[in-house]
Design a protein around this ligand. Sequence first.
Ligand SMILES: CC(C)(COP(=O)(O)OP(=O)(O)OC[C@H]1O[C@@H](n2cnc3c(N)ncnc32)[C@H](O)[C@@H]1OP(=O)(O)O)[C@@H](O)C(=O)NCCC(=O)NCCS
Length: 122
Amino acid sequence: MIIGVGIDVAEIDRFDAALRRTPGLAARLFLDRELLLPSGERRGPASLAARFAAKEALAKALGAPAGLLWTDAEVVTEESGRPVLSVRGTVAARAAELGVRGWHVSLSHDAGVASAVVIAEG
Ligand SMILES: CC(C)(COP(=O)(O)OP(=O)(O)OC[C@H]1O[C@@H](n2cnc3c(N)ncnc32)[C@H](O)[C@@H]1OP(=O)(O)O)[C@@H](O)C(=O)NCCC(=O)NCCS
């Protein structure tokens, strides 16, 4: 059963500029491992903006309650490139309240915009 769905878009250049301009923003939004590619290089701006959009979309799927920590949601990238969501702490607690047992996420980036859709499944 679908319990919630969320969608978000982020302008890639604007998000990248905010990350560069604001000390500590990347650490507030992302776990260290989300910032890196499997090669150890830093993930590119489009890919990071899509991961931010995924967290906003996830929040919407949960009804965007106050108090969710960005780093309690993680976009894990499988070896194939497929993204999956992993949650803990504040996000896991809200998900449990709603009966969410699984997540689906899809990311895209093109034409200067990154986007994500998240489905919360019961
Ligand atoms: C509510 C929130 C998601 C709105 O996002 P935004 O980037 O400001 O705005 P967007 O344009 O992407 O989305 C706006 C739409 O969100 C939807 N929305 C508003 N409140 C919502 C809620 N409580 N639940 C789900 N969707 C909501 C509405 O449809 C709104 O469009 P409308 O005003 O035309 O109806 C945002 O303010 C927020 O709370 N973000 C979550 C922060 C967070 O919890 N981060 C940790 C995530 S792990």
